[in-house]
Design a protein around this ligand. Structure first.
Ligand code: ADP
Ligand code: MG
Length: 724
């Protein structure tokens, strides 16, 4: 075996490991939502009136009576203890994008010393974690670290089974003692209410006699990579940064496209089934799974749910993917770009809004041209993306996603809207002030009698658009794979609320003039299209021409890095958007900017340190050791009058010197601390530090191709991507 010993040992263990013994998958009835305190279980456990009150809170957001909360708490405790849980935890979603939980036991001791279990409405409703270590962007000083969690009754509680036992998990919001939102759930819920209010205004003006509460929904497609744990544990960059900071491209990458939708490897399929079983128990409707474009890359997509619940479920799904991977000898990488030169991972956030009376308001139906509600809501999205494109870009900004957006395989960093040919032509007609009929999409007839003819979709897909209409929803495709879906959902709901309010005002003015409804709608949308139609784009979003046209002719913003995008959170337009809709106060918004900027700067600093360390302690020693072997051999050979080829020696020596020069420069410039502003510090990371990291890597990757395989200390791309 001609490999570095540790690497060859890893390959040996992977390829000779015992196949996993798998139990037959359990039936869906047996496991579906078995670890969730569902409405059904609640109905069985609660009195009629208590259940009715809970249901009303869930459906309409009505306030819950403390006495009912006591009843609910009692029922939850009984159920949870019957499932083996002795602990409960308020689970909340701090600005780090992760989930956090503080566990408390049901146990209390009485004065007699006897231990009993206790759980009541107030314990269910309110918790007080010592939140001083969570980022708050200046809202709280550490010395006044009080933070509270409050139960969110609209997201179901569940049992989380871990090796340490079972815990009753209670989805909660997280706020400071002054009442500011420190999390992602509060603004998500507020954005939904703002959208509901504005949408109801529009629908009432449209003459709808009954309008049920509007809710946003979300179905997120999650991409991820699986790498064998034996390899991952030998890659300090994967462990600490979640991505490879070094690695030469393998001879075969993804150019054959032979992985996409290919047969799922057996070991991976076993893993996926284990993941799905856990998700089903948690009531998370995992629906599709397949191989993705890159070798070693996969996707899972649950069926869509109400946005608030979907966001909680998405966090759980990421945890389950990671934890289950451990049991199967994998590491699940959710970084946006774990491997250079290989497709990155995104999270497509499918989003729509609807209610029980009007249905999905982004569903055009069979005759979109006379579906006025649809046109208004779709128009509202167009206006929102045009006005608040930089906000949408800012909420998906992260050190990881920088490597994806703007590169040639992911949605561009320019926010435009793809509508599909049919809907686009309707909006173009509206812009011209003529809306007559729509082109029929027709029937797809393959001329094969055994294949049932199908109605054609109203438009093709466009994989290059960051924000695409896909038949009855919008798909925000530029979201990063490890990001929480809450940020994007908050931005989309809020921009929609703002646009729907604008539409309601304009519509009201038209109707007041005595104009008929259809004509009034066309007039409002014509104005909307004149002002905001520039954001609609159906062409190739990856092309050079688009990048030029978007910026120069259409006035759209191209924001390639987080350092370019995040400062928009301080833009008065965006501040005003959040303030007028009541979603985030200026203080809350500012704190988000501070926290995300700090995370960005820290992520790049950690990577820079790793680059220097790996270059110095792994790559340089390997290169020098090989060099000394070669030079000694050359010397002995020339003593015998044999002149060996010296090109490798020269290349290695040159690349080694160049790499170390870059490393030293990187270390030196990383020490800079005096920045005029956070914006400037972010730019410094995005440009100066990153370009030196790339320089170091470029030399190291050349060395990888020159040095004897036997001496190379890091698992190679071909091993991590292809050996399962
Ligand atoms: P594709 O890969 O073709 O985009 P998938 O089937 O993988 O599609 O994922 C589509 C996602 O969109 C699923 O999560 C699905 O439940 C979700 N979805 C479907 N309809 C809606 C809707 N009205 N609102 C939000 N999400 C939706
Ligand atoms: Mg998709």
């Amino acid at each position: 075996m001609s490999q570095n010993e540790a690497r060859s040992q890893a390959v040996f263990e992977i390829t000779t490991g015992e196949p996993m013994v798998v139990d037959k998958p359990k039936s869906l009835e047996e496991i579906w939502a078995s670890d969730v305190f569902t409405l059904l279980k609640m109905e069985e456990a609660l009195s009629k009136s208590a259940f009715k009150a809970m249901k009303k809170t869930i459906d309409t957001g009505a306030k819950l009576d403390p006495e009912v909360a006591d009843d609910v708490a009692m029922a939850m405790k009984t159920w949870a203890m019957s499932k083996g849980a002795n602990y409960f935890a308020h689970v909340f979603y701090p600005l780090t994008g992760a989930s956090a939980e503080k566990h408390d036991s049901f146990i209390v001791t009485e004065s007699s010393g006897k231990a009993v279990t206790e759980f009541n409405g107030s314990l269910l409703t309110k918790g007080e974690p010592d939140g001083s270590s969570f980022p708050n962007g200046g809202i709280r000083q550490t010395s006044s670290a009080r933070g509270y969690t409050f139960w969110d009754p609209t997201s179901p509680v569940y049992i989380l089974d871990t090796a340490n036992g079972a815990t009753l998990c209670i989805p909660s919001v997280f706020v400071s003692w002054t009442g500011e939102a420190l999390d992602k759930k509060v603004p998500l819920m507020r954005s939904n209410s703002a959208m509901n209010e504005a949408g109801t205004r529009v629908l009432s003006l449209m003459g709808e006699s009954s309008v049920a509460p509007l809710n946003s929904s979300c179905g997120a497609e999650q991409e991820y990579f699986l790498v064998d744990a034996n390899f991952a544990s030998m890659r300090p960059d994967l462990l600490l940064a979640g991505r490879t900071l070094f690695g030469a491209a393998p001879a075969k990458g993804q150019e054959f496209d032979d992985h996409y939708f290919g047969a799922i490897p057996e070991r991976v399929q076993v893993y996926m089934e284990a993941v799905e079983e856990k998700l089903y128990k948690l009531g998370i409707p995992a629906k599709t799974r397949h191989n993705e474009v890159a070798p070693g890359q996969f996707e899972i997509a649950p069926y869509f749910e109400a946005a608030n619940v979907a966001a909680d479920h998405q966090q759980m799904l990421m945890t389950v993917l990671k934890n289950t991977a451990k049991n199967h000898g994998f590491v699940c990488l959710m970084h946006e770009k774990p491997f250079a030169g290989i497709n990155g991972s995104g999270k497509h956030v499918n989003w729509s809004v609807g209610n029980a009376t009007q249905g999905n308001l982004l569903d055009p139906g069979k005759t979109p041209h006379d579906n006025l509600n649809f046109l208004l809501f779709c128009g509202a999205v167009i206006r929102g993306v045009h006005l608040y494109g930089p906000l949408l870009r800012a909420v998906i900004a992260s050190a990881g996603n920088d490597h994806r957006l703007g590169a040639n395989e992911a949605p561009p960093a320019i926010l435009s809207v793809y509508l599909g040919s049919e809907i686009e032509s309707i909006f173009e007609q509206i812009r011209e002030g003529t809306l007559d009929n729509t082109s029929e999409s027709g029937i797809m007839d393959l001329g094969l009698s055994q294949i049932i003819p199908f109605p054609k979709d109203a438009g093709d897909r466009n994989r290059t658009s960051p924000f695409a209409f896909t038949g009855n929803r919008f798909e925000f495709r530029a979201v990063g794979s490890q990001q929480s879906v809450s940020g994007p959902l908050i931005a989309m709901n809020t921009m929609l609320a703002d646009s729907l309010n604008w539409i309601a005002d304009e519509l009201q003015a038209e109707l007041d003039k005595g104009i008929e409804k259809p004509a009034a709608v066309v007039a409002v949308l014509k104005k909307l299209m004149t002002e905001h139609g520039a954001v609609i784009f159906g062409g190739d979003g990856y092309s050079e021409e688009w990048h030029k046209m978007a910026v120069e002719e259409r006035g759209l913003k191209n924001l390639p890095t987080t350092a370019d995008a995040l400062p928009y959170l301080n833009d008065p337009l965006i501040q005003n958007l959040f303030e007028t809709t009541g979603v985030l106060s200026p203080v809350e918004l500012k704190s988000r900017y501070e926290v995300y900027a700090e995370i960005y700067i820290m992520s790049i600093s950690v990577e820079a340190k790793m680059v220097a360390e790996i270059a110095k302690t792994y790559i340089y020693p390997a290169a020098i050791s090989y060099l000394s072997e070669l030079t000694q051999t050359n010397e002995s050979a020339s003593a015998l009058g044999i002149n060996l080829d010296t090109s490798t020696v020269k290349t290695i020596a040159e690349e080694c010197n160049a790499m170390m020069a870059s490393v030293n420069k990187l270390i030196e410039i990383s020490e800079k601390e005096d920045f005029a502003s956070t914006d400037e510090h972010m730019q410094y990371c995005a440009t100066e530090i990153r370009s030196l990291m790339d320089e170091v890597r470029a030399h190291a990757d050349v060395l990888e191709m020159e040095i004897s395989d036997e001496k190379w200390p890091l698992p190679k791309y071909r091993e991590m991507l292809f050996i399962k």
